[in-house]
Design a protein around this ligand. Structure first.
Ligand SMILES: C[S@@+](CC[C@H](N)C(=O)[O-])C[C@H]1O[C@@H](n2cnc3c(N)ncnc32)[C@H](O)[C@@H]1O
Length: 262
């Protein structure tokens, strides 16, 4: 079980960007990320359960508990950025009252198509709309939403600072930003077990269950390139969010960050 560098330099420098542990031109990174999610879209939900042993569901429940969408008829508009197959929207609309509406925004049409089917099946399609869009240039007017969520999406974005600025722009004053992302596990033994699971188990599971190891190698490596809890909290502050805080989940394997547009 090797030890793995935790969160080496993140993001973009001199026109280069991290794609997993590789450096690629910043302008080609997004298309490589899109290829990953186009490849995994049909099996994304199954693989999420297999790879996390179902833990991602508990973490997403924690995010929705923190979001606390109103149960009443009060209008509440949520945008779920990098919404993928719609887990966060399904949970938020399921918990919230009839006044809750959501926009699912993702750059990848294949992921959103899976989400469309799931919303229909859950009888929630009339309270949700799907929009293809880049987190770095959200196709929405200023101050449109009461809350913005992004779950396991922000690390896939090339220019995180741009995505954070956009998140703040589309939130109303008093609106809330909540981000669930893999983070930095600092619990002795758990971190070694987590390394082993990440680098030895997940790519093999990807090869066996989804017929492709490479996309899962990228997903694991991208987690290690992402800033740790404190650095990401600082980035929220730099983007202009107020009352920034975070909670660790499962020893810091994941974390939820919260910030407000004040
Ligand atoms: C790991 S999935 C997360 C999906 C979902 N939020 C969840 O928690 O299950 C990451 C998603 O980010 C999307 N994504 C990647 N880059 C993006 C960008 N620049 N703008 C918007 N979405 C992006 C991908 O298409 C993919 O659907």
């Amino acid at each position: 079980m090797g030890t793995t560098p935790k969160n080496p330099s993140a993001g973009e420098d001199h026109g280069n960007a991290a794609f997993g542990f590789r450096r690629v031109a910043a302008e080609t990174r997004q298309s490589l990320v899109n290829d990953v999610f186009s490849t995994v879209a049909g099996r994304y939900d199954l693989m999420n359960d297999l790879m996390s042993g179902g833990l991602h569901r508990l973490w997403k429940d924690d995010l929705i508990t923190w979001l606390n969408p109103p149960r009443s008829r009060r209008p509440f508009s949520l945008i779920d950025v990098a919404a993928g197959t719609g887990d966060i929207t399904l949970k938020a609309l399921g918990d919230g009252g009839p006044g809750c509406r959501a926009v699912l925004c993702d750059i990848n049409p294949a992921m959103l198509e899976v989400g469309r089917g799931r919303l229909r099946q859950a009888g929630l399609a009339d309270r949700a709309s799907l929009v293809i869009g880049n987190a770095e240039a959200l196709p929405f007017a200023d101050q449109r939403f009461d809350a913005l969520t992004v779950a396991f999406g922000i690390r896939n974005v090339t220019r995180i600072d741009k995505a954070l600025a956009e998140a703040r722009r589309v939130l109303k004053t008093g609106g809330r930003f909540l981000c669930l992302e893999f983070s930095c596990c600092d619990v002795p033994m758990l971190d070694r077990l987590y390394d082993f699971h990440s680098f030895e188990v997940i790519p093999r599971l990807g090869a066996l269950a989804a017929g492709a190891a490479e996309p899962y190698r990228y997903l694991v490596e991208s987690i290690r390139k992402f800033p740790d809890q404190r650095r990401f909290a600082d980035m929220l502050g730099e983007a202009g969010f107020g009352r920034v805080s975070f909670r660790n989940l499962t020893g810091g394997i994941a974390a939820i960050h919260s910030g407000w547009r004040l």
